[in-house]
Design a protein around this ligand. Structure first.
Ligand code: AMP
Length: 418
């Protein structure tokens, strides 16, 4: 699909991939060159559809960061503005060097286990999954349609957040509810952040000097959204998010695990509607619900000042995290490494310290100095006497999407299935 093209007398090999992550009112993008994995440009359009839209574009091949404010009516206008910014850096989307556009698609259900070249049938299936991903899939579809309109000749690839988790055994993926009801409504545990869990578990194996097939890893993706996964020999066997990203760990604004009876209790006693409870559990719970802040930096600052609500929020967050770590030891049987990633996991040494405290019985011993040292690199932070390695591995979902996209379009296959 991306055989070298001839431009006049010059042969151009298409090695660039544009990665698009389209949200309901935002588009994040990166342009990468898969020749060496380098980043050429990155940026963000936010508040699409409002008067106060903003585009921030950073050329990474030299040149200043640029910002544009003013109304951007829709995703079409947003992508056009991004294309203009890229063109003014000599990186236009009409370039023969662009091999493909890789889209982050949140929900791929059970059908999409691999990155997939997008056609009408694929788009229709992503659309059919809207009821289980009402916030994310519609935005992803708009992003794809917009990019297709801009470059109809170019392969567009969907890389699904759920794909890495499709290897979960039924025992981990099914809820213990009536099977017919579950199947009729596609209710099961899908898991999310899969691109990150895939990337980080592989990088952790690399850090240990091993093949992914040789190691069992617990990945803790702790960002504003947070999820844990148990990865055995490179395959996901359990993850903490479920039908939606609400299940599992305590997050910035989401409750994570909760007795489902809380929902009907609130319906009956507080006369709240389904939408109100949805908003409560997804947007007004977690750290923000517990203490009013969802930024771990602010929570730590408040704790240092003796704030008890911030301390309790932190303790609840850590308690849940440790429960999942213990559970995944049991799921995996043998653990070679625990990897911390995403905004909190990569940066918050106190979270890592509290999560790993008094776990010598599990073979976990943190090296305090290594844990406290700041770095952007993947690194081991466990003490040499620990049986299980503890690592900090910065996640790179855009690189993973670009790599999967490029591998697919250069293989000539329609899915990443071998
Ligand atoms: P993400 O969703 O991966 O972008 O993570 C965002 C979250 O990371 C923020 O809400 C903060 O809670 C957290 N975070 C980012 N930087 C730091 C830091 N230096 N220390 C503690 N937490 C941080």
């Amino acid at each position: 699909m991306t055989a070298p093209r001839t431009e006049g007398s010059v042969t151009v090999t298409a090695t660039r991939v544009l990665v698009l992550n389209s949200g309901s009112s935002s588009v994040k993008y990166q342009l990468l060159d898969m020749h060496d994995g380098s980043r050429l440009a990155a940026g963000l359009v936010e508040r699409i559809g409002e008067e106060t839209s903003r585009l921030v574009h950073t050329p990474l091949i030299g040149g200043e960061k640029r910002e544009r404010s003013g109304p951007i009516a829709d995703h079409g206008a947003a992508l056009k503005a991004v294309a203009d910014e890229l063109a003014s850096d000599g990186l236009g989307l009409d370039s023969p060097e662009l091999a493909a556009i890789g889209h982050r698609v949140v929900h791929g259900g059970l059908r999409f286990t691999e990155p997939t070249v997008i056609d009408d049938d694929v788009l229709a299936e992503v659309e059919r999954l809207v009821p289980v991903a009402p916030l994310h899939n519609p935005a992803n579809i708009i992003g794809i349609r917009t990019a297709q309109a801009l470059r109809p000749d170019l392969p567009q690839v969907a890389v699904f957040d759920t794909a890495f988790h499709t290897t979960m055994p039924e025992a981990a993926a099914r809820y213990a509810i009536d099977v017919e009801t579950a199947d009729a409504h596609r209710i099961r545990r899908y898991g999310f952040h899969g691109t990150s869990h895939a990337y980080v578990s592989r990088r952790t194996a690399e850090l240990l000097g091993k093949e992914p097939s040789e190691v069992n890893v617990i990945v803790l993706h702790l960002g504003n959204g947070a999820s844990a996964s148990a990865v055995a020999g490179g395959r996901c066997v359990d993850t903490s998010m479920g039908l939606t990203p609400l299940e599992g760990l305590v997050m910035g604004t989401r409750s994570g695990d909760i007795d489902p009876a809380v929902t009907f209790h609130l319906m009956r006693v507080a006369e709240m509607s389904a939408d109100e409870i949805d908003a409560l559990l997804n947007k007004k719970s977690g750290l923000v619900g517990l203490c009013g802040d969802n930024d771990m930096r602010e929570i730590r600052r408040r704790i240092d000042e003796g704030d008890e609500r911030a301390q309790l929020a932190f303790d609840i967050y850590i308690h849940r995290l440790r429960k999942y770590i213990g559970a995944y030891f049991a799921v995996l049987g043998r653990v070679d490494a625990i990897a911390f990633t995403a905004g909190v996991g990569e940066n918050a040494a106190p979270v890592r310290e509290a999560a790993m405290a008094d776990m010598e019985g599990f073979g976990l011993t943190l090296d305090r100095e290594r844990n406290a040292a700041r770095s952007d690199e993947a690194r081991i932070i466990s003490a040499s006497e620990g049986r299980v390695a503890v690592a900090v591995v910065p996640t790179d979902e855009e690189l993973e999407i670009a790599q999967q996209t490029f591998a697919l379009v250069t293989s000539g296959s329609r899915t990443g299935n071998p």
